[in-house]
Design a protein around this ligand. Sequence first.
Ligand SMILES: [Ca+2]
Ligand SMILES: [Ca+2]
Length: 112
Amino acid sequence: MKKGLVVLLGVAACIFIIQGVGMGADKPKKKEAVSPEQKAEAVFVKMDTDKDGKISKLEYVTYYQAKAEDKFGKLDKDGDTYLVKEEITITKVPNKSKGESTGAAKKPSAAK
Ligand SMILES: [Ca+2]
Ligand SMILES: [Ca+2]
């Protein structure tokens, strides 16, 4: 019973790490008008798949698992279903092979 929870927590931790590593690399930030409350509301609605107004552990895990799988797919450049260090760290630097220029809009305070 507890083993499953530990695994889930591990998965959640990985998601946060992966999201942190990939920050700003593949998400164009154009909508600044969305408040944290609106964001939370949108996430809540997406998570609450059975629309009972509550997020069950299963709904929570399913939501983040889908996000993680999506993120994993983006990180796994060669599609071998494994991530090597280079694939994780490559999102931090501008990707020359794809011609993306992400270094232009760097600001020191990205905490908001
Ligand atoms: Ca629910
Ligand atoms: Ca890979």
